[in-house]
Ligand binder design. Structure first.
Ligand code: AMP
Ligand code: MG
Length: 331
């Protein structure tokens, strides 16, 4: 048995007529991407592949901290007081990241790059030991987002000194939105876009069925699967099982608690957020992992966001649903 989640629709989508299915995939942003769609039979899939690859390459060249020459890396290396001009995608992501940071009381913080590097999850060498307290405190001071001066309209950004941006908690979602935009622009309206587990879907298939996607669950979680009809909506999941490291013999999470500057330690195994924008879903999923289920649910309910937390308890896994999620499940 599955539980079924169907978003409310303003208008029923129409199935694409006279189309054939295709699949495109590749690697980008340190992970894999996959597009499934229906296109008119004589469609130039090669041209579409090039447009998708170009969109992804542009996200990497603006926002990858793994590329020394990217806009983000160049900003991170600036002298204190220097200004950078940042390109459009970077601007959109930074504005959304700061908005989610404000709305979640700083649980999401795009300025924690120095901490991510210090704990060995960035592009610098992996850590083998727990860093000394004074290093943690210095990296935490450098993560103060109020020190950032951002002129969103003109795309100007001031480096306060030592502040390192990290968009790994939001950029994959943005890239999904960008690929979806490429598909829409060329007239395709029935597709599923997935990058590293973040997914966005649109339309329905020629047979009238929606794009069903199962909500990711932590390994070993026995609860009944929830499948979502992904029309005009995105799903992003953050989980403690997705990436971690062993430091001084202890398993640590790759998500940083921006209040302590240390890897997150709480009972949340995974959080999934549904949102029309995959960029928002991605940032909110990371934020809600940090807040935990109780505070996260209060935030989500105040703003009508659909989210599910799977937490670890002594009795096994437990689920918390936001009000909007419960509504979509029809419970
Ligand atoms: P995600 O898998 O989307 O939850 O993103 C995790 C990545 O986001 C980590 O590998 C870090 O690079 C970055 N990150 C860690 N903690 C935070 C945080 N509290 N706010 C924003 N980004 C974070
Ligand atoms: Mg995220």
């Amino acid at each position: 048995m599955n539980r079924v989640l169907v978003p409310e629709l303003a208008a029923a989508p129409r199935p694409p007529r006279g189309t054939t299915p295709f699949v495109l995939s590749g690697e980008s942003m340190g992970t894999t991407w996959n597009v499934q769609a229906f296109a008119p039979s004589a469609y130039s899939i090669d041209a579409l592949l090039r447009a998708i690859e170009w969109a992804l390459a542009s996200v990497v060249s603006e926002m990858s901290t793994w590329e020394a020459g990217s806009d983000i890396s160049r900003f991170n290396a600036l002298e204190p007081g220097a200004w950078a001009t940042i390109p459009g995608g970077f601007r959109t992501v930074l504005a959304c990241a700061l908005e989610v940071a404000d709305r979640t009381d700083g649980a999401f913080n795009p300025c924690i790059g120095a901490l991510v590097d210090l704990w060995g999850f960035g592009a610098r060498a992996p850590a083998h030991e727990i860093p000394p307290n004074d290093h943690i405190e210095a990296a935490l001071r450098a993560a103060d987002r109020s020190a950032l001066a951002f002129g969103a309209e003109r795309g100007r950004l001031r480096q306060p000194g030592g502040l390192r941006l990290d968009f790994s908690g939001i950029a994959k979602g943005f890239a999904v939105d960008e690929v979806a935009r490429v598909l829409t622009r060329v007239g395709l309206n029935s597709y599923l876009v997935e990058i590293g587990g973040e997914v966005r879907g649109a339309g329905i298939k020629p047979d009238g069925l929606p794009w069903w996607v199962e909500i990711e669950r932590p390994p070993g979680c026995p609860s009944m699967p929830i499948i979502v009809a992904l029309h005009g909506i995105s799903i992003a999941t953050s989980g403690d099982y997705r990436r971690n490291a062993i430091l001084d013999g202890k398993r640590i999470a790759h998500t940083i608690d921006p209040r302590t500057g240390r890897p997150l330690e709480n009972d949340v195994a995974s959080v999934t957020v549904l949102h029309p924008s995959c960029m928002h879903a991605d940032a909110l999923a990371t934020a809600f992992l940090v807040t935990g289920a109780a505070i996260g649910k209060a935030f989500a309910d105040a703003e009508g966001v659909a989210a599910i937390w799977i937490t670890r308890t002594p009795e096994g896994f437990s689920e918390t649903h936001s009000a909007a999620f419960t509504r979509m499940l029809g419970e």
